[in-house]
Design a protein around this ligand. Structure first.
Ligand code: GP9
Ligand code: MN
Length: 634
């Protein structure tokens, strides 16, 4: 086999493969934050784009000679665009794209400002190789001394395929040695990209997606036995004293956009960042060890946790991927108890597929952008400013039959944290991260709008007959800003342990007539539903739920995050490392081992319910397997 002649005959193909390969590696190093721990990992990262590029661009060998170059450009553009989309997505979400996220095109159009923030001039680099190839080909044509496409013999093609196969085997072999069971464990996208490369990761993702569609089709409800057993074994007695304190009271929930717990009680240039919340905490129950458990679905994932006490998915937003499943969400449950339920959020109703999902969750009404007067003057960033949003919502709130369960979703404290000068009440921070710098004034603004809202509730006489629950939906500052964050927190660096601590979000529960207190038991958004139902005096015994009443002293102090990291009262486990909570020091992983299985099982069982749409087999009391299947057959 004459590799040299093969190379010579197919030089445009090889040239593009090599350029795209190096480009991808440069993008890895500059646009993604992929943690490399050894030279072997670096080597795998370096070679991992190659196998895909050889196969993908090699498709050009299957077509006629004259179509080869145009097809090479088409394929090159597709792969470059995929890389480009990943770079933009990563800039904000600190994560790689997945198929479900990609199909959320209705969200893309809403991204507006954020999208332009996310695209940078330097991204043109991603298409530089195609431009270079174009220029070289034009030059070669002019010179006419380098033939561009030549007839290929079978053995030329075989040599090429052989090379691609060998490189793939080497890549996979090294990856498997470095990280056994890589492809069977899917928690961590970064690990996958690190080992098999961003392009192959997408192929893997497509396979997963088709598998999960098949999962629903094959589920027959027999899976329920295992789930019921697990839930029964883990059931905890809720707090009896608080059972029913909210009966017939309104439930007002405020989802606070991107609010992390580290700002609570903190100051910037001597000014409190959340003065109102700091005061409100004093007269409420405040959970200072409460974690968000969201994945790629961000706000919508936090809503999913809140309403279902199920985990969102490891990939995509469950609001999108499983928006028409059968659920037994809080709004549906409480309608039997005379409650009216609604959501207020001044954004397009289709964002995060909310319009569809809210029906599945059993909401009576969704007050969306068309229910608000949104003008240029009262908008910033993603839309209606929080203060105006709350002010306009008061009328909606008053129009509802009581008692009601109403969820407010704020918006102003959203990346890229834009705010007009007139609304800035604290200074920006000074660091190398514009994002972190701007975070504080928008948090301060949100705090002020909530203060205003609570005052309005008092004016309207709603406050005293309502339980008010405020929680942060997810992180606002991603790990991309670790350096600035370390500076703000006065640390040398942000360790993986610190990163987990930064996933704490505030949870505040205000019950009229009760002084409240600070509760430091480890907990998460999964616990909201059982807590709320218990306050409402609704028994949670037969609920399919993974959380527990936060007020119960029996609650197991354990919270698993969507990436499989977990927190107990003594330990934090993340990135295959066990940390002692009191010191933040890495210790022997054996200490975390007893909880590792539980963490994995919780996520697996919850995923099973979602993928198999298993709640269609459950009526809240009995397993309905046979009946449901018969109905579906007809
Ligand atoms: C969109 C708002 C923000 O309506 O909830 O969503 P996020 O980007 O935070 O998930
Ligand atoms: Mn959000």
């Amino acid at each position: 086999m004459n590799l040299k002649s093969t190379f010579h005959k197919m030089w445009p193909l090889y040239l593009l493969v090599i350029m795209m390969w190096l480009k991808t590696y440069i993008v890895y190093k500059t646009s993604f934050d992929i943690k490399i721990e050894s030279w072997m990992q670096e080597l795998i990262l370096f070679i991992n784009p190659l196998s895909f590029l050889l196969f993908f661009l090699g498709i050009t060998l299957l077509v006629k000679e004259k179509s080869r170059i145009p097809l090479l450009f088409v394929l090159g553009s597709i792969a470059s665009f995929i890389l480009f989309a990943n770079v933009g997505y990563y800039r904000f979400f600190n994560d790689f794209l997945t198929i479900p996220v990609l199909f959320q095109t209705s969200n893309m159009s809403d991204l507006g400002n954020s999208a332009t923030e996310l695209i940078q001039f330097s991204d043109l680099f991603i298409f530089a190789d195609l431009m270079i190839l174009g220029a070289v080909l034009a030059f070669a044509k002019k010179k006419n001394n380098m033939s561009i496409t030549q007839p290929l013999l079978k053995r030329d093609k075989s040599a090429y395929v052989l090379l691609a196969v060998i490189i793939s085997i080497v890549n996979l072999g090294l990856a498997e040695a470095e990280r056994p069971q890589l492809l069977t464990r899917t928690f961590d996208r970064e690990m996958l990209v690190k080992n098999i490369g961003t392009y192959n990761f997408h192929i893997y993702d497509i396979i997963l997606q088709s598998k999960s569609s098949a999962q629903r089709a094959f589920a027959d409800g027999s899976e329920f036995v295992e789930i019921e057993n697990y839930l029964k074994a883990n059931v905890r007695q809720p707090n009896e004293e608080l059972f029913g304190v909210a009966r017939d009271k309104n439930i007002i929930i405020i989802s606070m956009e991107s609010l992390q717990n580290f700002v609570i009680g903190e100051t910037i240039d001597g000014e409190e960042i959340t003065p109102f919340l700091n005061d409100f905490i004093e007269e409420s129950y405040y959970f200072d060890n409460f974690y968000h458990q969201t994945g790629q679905g961000k706000t919508s994932d936090s809503e999913f946790l809140l309403e279902n006490s199920l985990y969102p998915l490891g990939r995509g937003a469950v609001f999108f991927t499983h928006g028409t499943n059968e659920y037994q969400a809080t709004p549906e449950i409480i309608s039997d108890y005379g409650y009216y339920s609604s959501v207020m959020h001044a954004n397009n109703k289709s964002f995060w597929n909310r319009d569809i999902m809210y029906q599945s969750l059993g909401y009576d009404r969704f007050f969306e952008i068309n229910d608000y007067t949104v003008t240029e003057e009262n908008s910033i960033g993603w839309g209606l400013k929080d203060k105006d949003f709350f002010e306009q919502s008061i009328e909606h709130l008053k129009s509802q039959p009581e008692p009601y369960y109403t969820k407010f979703i704020t918006l102003t404290n959203h990346f890229p944290f834009e705010l007009g000068e007139e609304d800035k009440m604290v200074n920006e921070y000074t660091s190398n991260s514009r994002t972190l710098n701007r975070y504080f004034p928008t948090v301060r603004y949100m705090d002020e709008s909530i203060k205003h809202f609570i005052q309005r509730l008092k004016d309207e006489g709603i406050y005293e007959k309502s339980i008010i629950i405020l929680y942060g939906d997810h992180y606002g500052i991603s790990e991309n800003h670790n350096k600035a964050m370390a500076q703000f927190l006065g640390k040398d660096e942000i360790t993986p342990f610190d990163s987990i601590q930064l996933q704490k979000v505030p949870l505040i529960v205000h019950i009229p007539g009760q002084e409240g207190s600070t509760i430091s038991r480890v907990s998460g958004q999964i616990d909201l539903k059982p807590t709320i139902l218990n306050l409402m005096g609704i028994s949670t015994q037969n609920q399919v739920q993974f959380g527990a009443d936060l007020f119960s002293s029996n609650k197991f102090p354990f919270t698993v995050l969507r990436d499989g990291s977990f927190i107990t009262s003594e330990y934090v486990y993340t990135a295959n490392t066990c940390y002692e909570k009191s010191t933040g020091e890495a210790i022997d992983v054996a200490a975390c081992e007893p909880y590792m299985d539980k963490a994995k099982r919780e996520l697996e069982l919850s995923d099973k319910i979602v993928y198999g749409d298993l709640l269609r087999f459950y009526n809240g009391n009995d397993y309905l397997g046979e009946e449901v299947l018969k109905q579906e057959e007809n």
